[in-house]
Write a protein that binds this ligand. Sequence first.
Ligand code: GFB
Length: 320
Amino acid sequence: MTPHTRVFVAGGNTLYGHALTTLLRTEGFQSLVGVGTTEPDLTDAAATDAFFAQERPECVFLCAGRSGGIGLNRAAPVELMRDNLLTTLNVLASAHRHGTAKLLYLASSCAYPKHAAQPLKVESLGTGPMEPTSEAYSTAKFAGWKLCDAYRREYGCRFVTGFPANAFGPHDDFTPEGGHVIPALLRRAHDAKSRGDAELVVWGTGAPRREFVYSRDLARACLFVARNYEGEAPINLGGGTDLGIADVAHAVAEVVGFKGPLVFDTTKPDGAPLKALDSAPLLDMGWRPESDFRAALNETYHWFLHHRATEGRTHARRAV
Ligand code: GFB
């Protein structure tokens, strides 16, 4: 990859996509295609193919496809699965047809078996049932990985799949019902403080643990993999911070300045008990995360404060 490589961040208006586009610009990439409104509707096969025929991207980061937290996965499994299957099918087909040299597909850690040994190794993929609350979406992401693999085996395409840890950061979905735990709690803690609420409601028991990666670190890991990884096996994109949900909620309350007690709503699902990735292959190649969790949480909250006016019109990661 050189600064003149034609790069397409498919799903540029997502959490991952914004972080990647910002990083690529910072790194001096001058030939980004399909940025902003020039990105076609990737659920439309003809529009996607016309875009690839015209722009002929040499490197593609496939971050497209709607996603959301445990609440959205329960509320809209059809929309999430369809959107991810369609965008992935169309982008992979056009990338192959128009000679994209390298493609990194971003799957999801929820595609791992719910009770696989932790930390999660890629070898455990497909060895057991997935977490039911997000099964439709996870199945689409699993299928995306398998399709990348099939293109590699049948046509020799350099299509690599990355499995990110739970990411957070600027441009996330901060809606209280649809967002992932960190943006949703930041929003709810902010609203609770503004209203003077006595307590902050946290979903579930607070006992589950998650590995969190800041979107800026994830973008750096994606670029590192695009530049340096040619393996056939998928690769975990973690190296983040492993935390209990109750601890996350306390950190969020402190960052927002909410002083009241946390109340755990156990009528809401906990989801998988633990999701930590084994990212040794990536770390052994020399990549390292740079962000401090607390500082990243602070930055994310301040981005939210600055952008909350536009929050209703957020990007692909929105409630259906
Ligand atoms: O972030 P989250 O929805 O992702 O939930 P998952 C993580 C944990 O936070 C769960 C708890 O145990 C939730 O019960 N939690 C507490 C909350 N308060 C809240 C809240 O206000 N909102 C949310 N959303 N959670 C997702 C999958 O599962 O992981 C997605 O559903 C995707 O498809 C994503 O794969 C990476 O890790 O549980």
